[in-house]
Design a protein around this ligand. Structure first.
Ligand code: AMP
Length: 119
């Protein structure tokens, strides 16, 4: 099923795109949780981490390669940053097209979550 991220890939809705190659796209998160908050997504629509197949291994690994590349390009590598991928309800996933959150620009707290009451 197609999500809002497919529309961003197809330029049907706007996004602040910071990186693109044949396999992936990176753009600014619309609701940033850090001074730099990017989403790195595969162009292939894979719904969740659970849906990554053997043939997707290169695509999934590529997202980390892009994170490393962007960190260096933006001068964020040395200070450090965090990458996060949420999966399904308990992981807090809201868009069902896998995406690596790239968070940087300030010291980030750990653990990264607050317990949520199940509704
Ligand atoms: P997750 O909760 O891990 O599925 O993360 C989804 C992320 O997508 C959230 O951080 C949202 O702020 C972000 N998001 C949703 N719609 C857009 C959009 N149109 N452009 C950029 N980021 C978006």
């Amino acid at each position: 099923m197609s999500t809002i991220f497919t529309k961003i890939i197809n330029r049907e809705i706007p996004a602040s795109i910071v990186y693109e190659d044949d396999i992936s796209l990176a753009f600014e998160d619309i609701n940033p949780q850090a001074p730099t908050h990017l989403l790195i997504i595969p162009k292939k629509p894979i719904a969740t981490i659970n849906d990554i197949t053997e043939e997707d291994r290169e695509v999934a690994g590529h997202l980390l390669y892009v994170a490393s590349k962007i960190a260096k390009q933006k001068g964020l590598a040395e200070d450090g940053y965090r990458v996060v991928m949420n999966c399904n309800e308990y992981g807090g996933q809201t868009v069902y097209h896998i995406h690596l959150h790239f968070l940087a620009g300030k010291p980030l707290g750990w653990p990264p979550y607050t317990d949520k009451k199940k509704v």
